[in-house]
Design a protein around this ligand. Structure first.
Ligand code: FES
Length: 162
């Protein structure tokens, strides 16, 4: 909900502030994100920290999923879980808060070469944040559905090994 990209999308579509160029605001006064309820958007940095924890948990899940009762196993579920986790990391690390954390509040990049490197990497990902937002939304839903369907025995995981 606090993602900068999603804010842009739903502020225009639902909040109608701003709705579009040359279209009047649906609200009497524009207060930005200084008043209730939009003031809560300012927790975005903490939402980013929560997303880091969620990405770590998903990574652990994806690694654990290679373990089958007979040892190492590999199936379609692994492909879905690993693909989901890779995209989840790409989305999380492309976050504007992440970009600010790694490269913000510096006067001279030349004195912080490592942070500059991270900032350059995150900036490249950041240009694709919108695409990653939508893709990850889709892969999260797909991974959740697949796990739910296999757990409910609607169908079994397609196994390649193990
Ligand atoms: S800006 Fe989209 S997750 Fe941070």
């Amino acid at each position: 909900m606090t993602c900068y990209y999603y804010r842009k999308a739903y502020y225009r579509a639902f909040w109608l502030s701003p709705p579009a160029c040359a279209v009047p605001d649906a609200h009497e006064k524009y207060s930005g994100e200084t008043r209730f309820p939009l003031v809560f958007q300012n927790i975005h940095r903490y939402a980013f920290y929560a997303a880091l924890i969620i990405s770590l948990i998903n990574t652990w899940d994806a690694i654990r999923a290679f373990h089958s009762p007979s040892g190492f196993g590999f199936g379609l579920g692994n492909v879905i879980l690993v693909g989901n986790v890779v995209l989840l990391w790409a989305y999380t690390l492309s976050c504007h808060s992440c970009r600010h954390i790694v490269g913000g509040r510096l006067k001279h990049f030349s004195q912080h070469p490592l942070r500059y490197r991270f900032w350059t990497l995150v900036s490249k990902l950041n240009t694709r944040h919108m695409m990653l937002a939508w893709t990850t939304l889709g892969t999260l839903a797909l991974a959740d559905f697949y796990v739910m369907a296999v757990s409910a025995h609607w169908f079994s995981d397609l196994r390649f090994i193990g």
